[in-house]
Design a protein around this ligand. Sequence first.
Ligand code: NAG
Ligand code: NAG
Length: 118
Amino acid sequence: MIDFLLFCCLAGVSLGLDVRQSPSDLIKSPGDKVQISCSHDRKDYRVILWYQRSPGDTALKLIGYLYFKEATMEQPFKEDFNISGDLGGSTAKNASLIFKAVKPEHGAVYYCAAREAR
Ligand SMILES: *[C@@H]1O[C@H](CO)[C@@H](O)[C@H](O)[C@H]1NC(C)=O
Ligand SMILES: *[C@@H]1O[C@H](CO)[C@@H](O)[C@H](O)[C@H]1NC(C)=O
């Protein structure tokens, strides 16, 4: 039974950066813990941002961002989401958006983007 549909589509390109997001789409049931991730190869880019675009809405809402290992979450998303990863070091970068327990109203397109500094 499909209770819930979540699209997490290919995403943010910032400053010519090739940002990869996985998985590209997901179907989950309410209450599931979900983790999607985003990676790129620019070793000096220490910030990964996550955005949500709700169906029927053109606005990209900032969920939060990761700077090194520190997640800063926007107020409306604090309860339901978290961001984890480690953007320190001189390796490829990877940050995950975590849905603590997915809800029907989380059905949206999720974008990530990267930038050099906060
Ligand atoms: C959110 O993720 C960070 C790691 O990025 C972790 O330290 C923190 O405990 C998490 N917070 C919650 C509320 O899950
Ligand atoms: C990014 O991190 C997540 C969580 O640790 C992991 O599942 C995923 O495979 C990683 N992606 C890449 C491209 O390393």
